[in-house]
Design a protein around this ligand. Structure first.
Ligand SMILES: [Zn+2]
Length: 318
């Protein structure tokens, strides 16, 4: 199939997969998922909103991968299809009303839960898109490349399912399977809630005679950046099963000066966080004057992978 035709087909299938209804994540619940905010709308997002608007990054995957930063209404910012109305309200009550208590382990889990679910939903959508494409392509080369992408996504979805099951268990038993670092930063007009890996999927695969097999979960870091009235909370979390990969890189954050910490957070965001939002003031002061460079960096790292050790000569907060 010619490139132009295949791009059109991918674009069409992606739109279809993305707009399809999703079921609530609670097992056995047959209701459709509503659009939930990744972070609290009335406490967190509204702190950044000016005239009910914020700026949000968006990575348009098809037809050609490209980052943009767009102004969006706060009602439509950082949303995904997670739970039905009933379960969303029930599960997230303690982080949806009033000031969030960050000393409560359960609240840190709930913040992480949504980030993992969003990532899972994104992978699920991609795979639905690829399956729709497979029904319409005949040449073997295209077929096998879409099949390989489905398998890679499926591997990542299994790891996310594992973490999601651990959170579910933890919510009822407080078995404290996750480790969290909670740090206070000067108030930043940026927020995000995302998970990503610091290790390449290739490191968790082993070659055998029958092809690749997966040997261990890909260690995921969950990052939440949450502005409050006078400061911003940085929360870094991971499943303790991945401790050997993440103990050092995450505990390193504890002993940094504010300026070093901010550069590290900026690097994480540029390398690994697909969607983040900022206030209009922040956008006008820090983003707009360097917009071209920032977009080039985002486009570069989204393809480069998050594991790149390349230095980034830009600090979003400076
Ligand atoms: Zn439900």
């Amino acid at each position: 199939m010619k490139d132009k035709k295949i791009n059109e087909l991918i674009g069409k299938c992606f739109t279809k997969a993305q707009s399809s209804k999703r079921k609530c994540f609670v097992e056995g619940c047959n209701n459709n998922a509503i659009n939930s905010h990744l972070l609290q709308k009335n406490g967190t997002l509204s702190l950044l909103a000016e005239k009910q608007h914020v700026w949000q990054t968006s990575y348009d995957k098809f037809p050609k991968g490209n980052y943009t930063i767009k102004e969006v209404g706060v009602n439509n910012s950082l949303t995904f299809k997670g739970f039905c109305n009933l379960h969303d309200t029930q599960i997230f009550k303690s982080i949806e009303s009033g000031t969030i208590n960050f000393d409560e382990y359960k609240n840190l889990l709930l913040l992480s839960y949504r980030a993992l679910l969003k990532e899972y939903r994104d992978k699920e959508t991609m795979n639905d898109c690829f399956r729709l494409i497979l029904k319409q392509v005949n040449d073997l080369k295209s077929k096998s490349s879409f099949e390989a992408m489905i398998t890679a996504n499926q591997y990542m979805m299994w790891d996310l399912e594992y973490d999601m099951a651990c959170i579910n268990e933890d919510l009822s038993t407080e078995s404290r399977v996750f480790h969290f670092e909670v740090l206070a930063l000067p108030k930043l007009e940026v927020c995000c809630s995302a998970c990503f890996s610091l290790v390449s999927i290739a490191d968790s695969l082993k070659i055998t005679e029958s092809g690749y097999i997966k040997t261990e979960p890909i260690p995921a870091v969950i990052l939440n950046l949450i502005p409050e009235a006078n400061e911003t909370k940085l929360i870094l979390g991971y499943n303790k099963i991945s401790e050997k990969y993440l103990l050092d890189p995450i505990s390193e954050f504890r002993n940094l000066r504010d300026d070093e910490l901010l550069k590290k957070v900026s690097d994480f965001i540029i390398r690994s966080v697909e969607i983040w939002i900022c206030s209009n003031t922040f956008y006008q002061e820090k983003i707009y004057p360097r917009k071209e460079k920032i977009i080039t960096l985002l486009n570069h790292f989204v393809l480069q992978g998050q594991f790149s050790k390349e230095k980034i000569d830009l600090n979003l907060f400076k």
